[in-house]
Write a protein that binds this ligand. Structure first.
Ligand SMILES: Cc1cc2nc3c(=O)[nH]c(=O)nc-3n(C[C@H](O)[C@H](O)[C@H](O)COP(=O)(O)O)c2cc1C
Ligand code: SF4
Length: 679
């Protein structure tokens, strides 16, 4: 692989790579030689340094590796990933993450599904580990119908459930369960196991003074808190034997008051590896016992890229086994730089592989610019934490590999018109062109990207512009004719000389009901789009967020630096429809910027520049003074002015995305992909 030329870096100015010792200076010398270099991990040679760390795609069925799960993993092995690790697989009912929605290693029948998985991965030249997990009190499995087991009576902020304190015989039972689970992985022909010893899971719960308050030989002094994990590593290695990889995922720092510090972990690391039973350390940060740190181990945009590299580098200085890092490495050039600088031995690019399973293959083919970028939207994580199959905001094929099958070339090339250059239209045009059709895309405005581009104006989501840039670049490569500033009307539709039309004209904000007493001479009405496009300054902006989703909060995000902003919602929480993984950093920004959040309130009338609200539960009224602008956000409505005209002309057509029904952007992109596949 050496000698391949590297394309110009995909990095972009909206992101800071906080870890770099030489900020702004890439250590990369023009190749991806470090990323593509094989590495020995214990008994196995891994074909390159690209790691897909543990994640639950939500395709597991009844706790087993289903055909959809295998297809998902196989796609990433086919795309060239070096090492893949399953999401946390339960070893015991007292700490399972979910009996059905993740692998359940307590089931003997899992072995047969592992065998099918192993065949699929090995057939692609890949290597696959199962992550063994016991969640302690950090996750509540509603299905378990049993108490959670943990070292001490400490509840996590995530579930607030007090666990049962483990006795010595319970400790023995759990260690045995890990050994049995390892035996199942071995019998299934997979390549090894990773002990999940981070995020407040049982091994970390014993290790951390935050969660271990014991006064027996498993608690108190650091060597006592380490005992459980050392015994566990011994049992797992015993069951694995010398031919399987055994690794440990550990915090480099819990970053939580009273928890494990970087200094603690630097001291523990050599003790963990001294026996030679571990083949690698996979360094992350945080603990699920803390609400904010739970979110920050998989942070969405705009978190810095490669944010946990310094922790891996610090641990690496103390051990002689390979050390892995992960956390917002989406750009192969950044992975190359981390490796070239010797900060880690393998680089986790997990969401990057959700967004593009062919990342390594493209890099190796000198096509790094074609890698579909992960834009840090965290829809994948939102779905996973809600117990659903993951969905990727950007890549509609993720977790649909079996359902959709491989994209096929068209039998005959057609002339296809796509009307509307938002996310749905862009994906439809891209897929149709990739399949060999001759595509022309009409966009009424000057810019492509639709609402995606609007959102990208908010400081918390500027990274979304990478998606639009990627689409533009792909359409150019595929020779799609893009006609900007070219509205298609009912009168001009007949002039299109095409075989079929894909209609993707999007949506626009719902016209809100009038607010009693509101005089436009006192208070101006604006839509969130107007605020995103042209944020005013020096005003008091009141956002009525009844639309759900991200738009209302994005308008607040874009306005808060130059204005006073208040957000009112009848929901229990402002931004209730936004998953906590995404809401957490948004709240940090909004509350940090002085935005007033007023849940459970409805606006009832305006009196001059005062807006009167009413608490929907108590009925009590309150006043918001000196308001200049009201954004009355009620969601979007369809914009479809062309269906009838197209029908009249007898041109076959499909209506996709928001102009069919306004929904989440990922559904628009998915419908675009399906339309592109079906013409
Ligand atoms: C959908 C999803 C599920 C995850 N589940 C797990 C898990 O079961 N065990 C684990 O250790 N990490 C899990 N993670 C965290 C990832 O392993 C990784 O640490 C995180 O995504 C940050 O790396 P990235 O920025 O390369 O995605 C999950 C991540 C995602 C996206
Ligand atoms: S949903 Fe967002 S964060 Fe997750 S892989 Fe896709 S682009 Fe990345």
């Amino acid at each position: 692989m050496a000698g391949l030329k590297m394309k110009p870096s995909q990095s972009w100015s909206g992101v800071t790579e906080c870890w770099s010792s030489e900020k702004g200076k890439r250590a990369v010398t023009g190749t991806f030689q470090h990323l593509l270099e094989p590495i020995q991990i214990g008994p196995k040679t891994i074909r390159n340094r690209a790691l897909v760390t543990a994640h639950v795609p939500g395709l597991e069925k009844d706790g087993l590796a289903s055909e959809a799960f295998i297809a998902y993993q196989q796609a990433r092995a086919h795309g060239g990933a070096g090492l893949q690790i399953s999401g946390s697989a339960s070893v015991h009912a007292t700490g399972s993450v979910g009996a059905g929605r993740s692998l359940n290693n307590t089931k003997p029948e899992i072995v047969e599904s592992y065998k099918r998985l192993a065949d699929a991965i090995h057939g692609e030249g890949g290597c696959f580990l199962v992550q063994l997990g016991h969640a302690a009190a950090s996750v509540n499995d509603q299905d378990a119908d049993r108490p959670l087991w943990a070292p001490s009576s400490v509840a996590s902020q995530l579930v607030r459930e007090m666990p049962e304190v483990m006795t010595r015989s319970m400790i023995e039972e759990i260690i045995e369960a890990y050994a049995v689970a390892t035996g199942r992985v071995k019998a299934g022909g997979l390549d090894g196991v990773e002990i999940l010893g981070a995020f407040g899971q049982l091994p970390a719960a014993f290790l951390s003074p935050l969660t271990n308050r014991r006064d027996d030989e498993y608690g108190g002094a650091p060597e006592n808190r380490l005992r459980f994990l050392l015994e566990l590593i011994g049992a797992v290695r015993g069951a694995a034997g010398p031919d399987l990889i055994v690794g440990l995922r550990m915090p480099g720092d819990e970053r939580t008051e009273g928890g494990l510090t970087q200094a603690d972990m630097e001291a523990f690391a050599p003790q963990l590896t001294a026996s030679g039973k571990l083949d690698y350390l996979n360094v992350v940060a945080g603990t699920n016992y803390d609400r904010i740190m739970r979110m920050e181990h998989w942070p969405p945009t705009p978190a810095p890229h490669g944010l946990y590299v310094p922790l891996a580098a610090a641990i690496k200085a103390h051990v002689d086994v390979p050390v892995f890092t992960s956390g917002r490495v989406t750009d192969p050039a950044l992975a190359e730089e981390i490796l070239a600088n010797g900060h880690a031995d393998m680089v986790g690019m997990t969401r990057a592989h959700i967004a593009d399973p062919n990342l390594v293959r493209k890099v190796a083919q000198n096509r790094a610019a074609d890698v579909r970028p992960c834009v840090g939207a965290n829809l994948c994580i939102a779905n996973a934490t809600e117990g659903k199959s993951i969905r990727c905001l950007h890549n509609p094929e993720a977790a649909r590999e079996l359902e959709w099958g491989a994209q096929q070339m068209a039998e005959a090339a057609k002339r296809v018109a796509v009307i509307g250059g938002g996310p749905a239209g862009l994906e439809a045009a891209r897929v149709a062109a990739e399949r060999g059709h001759q595509v022309v895309l009409f966009e009424a405005g000057a810019d492509l990207g639709g609402q995606f581009s609007l959102w990208a104006k908010a400081p918390q989501s500027t990274e979304f512009s990478r998606s639009v840039q990627w689409f533009e670049q792909q359409l150019t490569q595929l020779q799609v004719q893009v006609r900007r500033n070219t509205p298609v009307t009912a009168d001009t539709i007949g002039d299109l000389e095409v075989d079929c039309i894909i209609l993707a004209t999007g949506s626009q904000p719902v016209k809100p009901p009038p607010i009693e007493g509101l005089d436009p001479g006192n208070i101006v009405l604006a839509s969130p789009w107007e605020i995103l496009q042209n944020p005013p300054s020096g005003q008091h902006i009141l956002i009525i967020d009844e639309g759900g989703g991200r738009a209302g909060l994005s308008a607040a995000d874009v306005a808060l630096d130059q204005n006073q902003v208040t957000v009112v919602s009848t929901d229990f929480t402002v931004g209730e429809m936004v998953n906590p993984n995404i809401r957490t950093p948004l709240y940090k920004r909004l509350l940090g910027g002085g935005v007033g959040l007023r849940p459970c309130e409805d606006v009832v009338r305006a009196e001059g520049k005062t807006v009167v609200t009413r608490n929907i539960y108590s009925g009590r009224e309150a006043q918001i003074e000196a308001v200049d602008t009201v954004v009355n956000w009620r969601g979007n409505q369809v914009v479809n002015l062309l269906s009838e005209a197209i029908e009249r002309h007898g041109i076959p057509f499909k209506v996709i995305g928001d102009c069919r029904a306004p929904r989440h952007v990922h559904t628009a992109i998915a419908e675009g992909a399906l339309a592109g596949r079906s013409v």
